[in-house]
Design a protein around this ligand. Sequence first.
Ligand SMILES: [Zn+2]
Ligand SMILES: [Zn+2]
Length: 80
Amino acid sequence: MAAVSCSHPAAVPVESVVTGQILAALCPTCGAQLPAGFLSCAHETTIDTTSMEERGPRRHCLGCGATWCEQEAGWPAAMF
Ligand SMILES: [Zn+2]
Ligand SMILES: [Zn+2]
């Protein structure tokens, strides 16, 4: 999985067309697939999982299991 520099501020729910159940969440900014719990999680318990080669701090939420990078000012919102 590629490293994404995005905190997924505009994540939208992905609903099943059959049941209407929220299956997951998708970030339209970077295209990342997130756990469904991302949307209702306050991300209060996060751990820093930044690796050496990354430019921004990477966080992993223990509540919903999502991972994101905290964007630094001046970084493009999307790479494409
Ligand atoms: Zn994103
Ligand atoms: Zn969370």
